[in-house]
Design a protein around this ligand. Structure first.
Ligand code: SF4
Length: 348
């Protein structure tokens, strides 16, 4: 099997060079082209000899993905990328431009086991985990795309298809790759992992020594309502998840964020706001409220603007820090998994 370039450490690539009777430094030159000069085409890496380029073409696999579709929102702030994996499965990533930020939302699995009521990916269920290079390639290829516009990826969020802590090893390997100065060299503060609350994953992650941001998809202030919105949440008691989240905050020094998708008539009432305020009062955290963005085929509705404001006022009175984010790129299917679902409908 060919050695995959994306996902391999510098040491592995240097060992590969030596095993082929070449100087280890050619691995540094390869990475310099790929990450500094923004060139992934081996034939264009002109400071490598023709013999070395031919050897690399024959024996290395860049590990990049086939781009099936690229779709930009009308406001130009959001671009969705649909990728085909080697086994023809589809996965997507989203680039969000906001001020100087260039944030890539990556997928960690094909489909998702969480089956959230409001999510298109949830309807597929879990199909398979992504390999580390399949997560890395999403960011790398969008970074190349941005470099052509003299821009670069500045932030990464694991909020696309999949539950990151159900593909733990690949996700952690990709985070370590993204922060490695030989590759993207991103600050850990610019990386965010979002989970529905896989307790053993959060606990293991706490021991990794990483300081990335951790987000819990909360969506309800109590276990009963939460399991209706996220069937997967039955696996763990909410209090146990919250204990694990607070421990991560203590050990990493990072504040916790809670995502709360507001669904009309389900979790957007004053009663839920008050319960949420009681749950989080006095804690170092932020609640990110996301008014639901309707998905074709799902009978869920967008909350009224006034109920969103009233919900916020309850949190404000309890001094629970909160923000409200309307989903970007509504016109290009903004909820996670929607682009892949559309493509599946087109091909099936
Ligand atoms: S919202 Fe996220 S966690 Fe929930 S089903 Fe969709 S991809 Fe999975």
């Amino acid at each position: 099997m060919k050695t995959k370039v994306l996902g391999s450490s510098l040491a592995t690539l240097r060992e590969w060079s030596v095993s082929k009777g070449k100087k280890p430094f050619i691995a540094n030159q390869l990475l310099d082209w790929m990450f500094k000069k923004g060139e992934s085409d081996l034939t264009k890496m002109t400071n490598l000899s023709l013999e070395v380029r031919t050897l690399m073409q024959e024996e290395l696999d860049m590990g990049t993905l086939e781009l099936v579709r690229e779709q930009e929102s009308r406001d130009g702030e959001t671009t969705k990328f649909l990728w085909k994996l080697p086994d023809d499965k589809l996965v997507e990533s989203v680039l969000i431009r906001s001020g100087d930020r260039r944030t890539v939302c990556v997928s960690s699995q094909v489909g998702c086991p969480a089956r959230c009521a409001f999510c298109a990916s949830g309807r597929q269920g879990l199909i398979r985990n992504l390999e580390p290079h399949e997560i890395i390639a999403q960011v790398y290829q969008i970074d190349l795309w941005l470099k052509k516009k003299n821009e670069a990826v500045s932030h990464i969020v694991y909020m696309g298809m999949g539950e990151p802590f159900r593909n733990y090893e690949s996700v952690v390997a990709s985070i370590r790759y993204f922060i490695d100065p030989n590759f993207l060299g991103l600050s850990q503060r610019r990386i965010t992992v979002s989970t529905v609350g896989v307790v053993e994953g959060i606990e293991r992650f706490t021991q990794e020594g990483l300081k990335v941001n951790l987000v819990l998809s909360l969506h309800a202030p109590n276990q009963k309502l939460r399991t209706k919105i996220i069937p997967y949440a039955r696996e763990y008691a909410l209090e146990t998840i919250l204990d694990a989240m607070w421990r991560y905050a203590d050990v990493s020094g990072r504040d916790i964020t809670f995502e709360y998708t507001l669904l009309k008539g389900i979790n957007d009432g004053i009663e839920q706001a008050e319960e949420l305020a009681r749950l989080l009062k006095g804690k170092q955290c932020t609640v990110n409220l996301i008014p639901y963005n309707p998905v074709e085929g799902l009978r869920l509705e967008k909350p009224h603007h006034t109920s969103v404001e009233e919900f916020r006022q309850v949190l404000d009175r309890a001094k629970v820090i909160n923000t409200c984010r309307y989903t970007k790129g509504d016109d290009i299917a903004a909820a996670c998994g929607q682009l892949a679902m559309q493509e599946l409908k087109n091909v099936v």
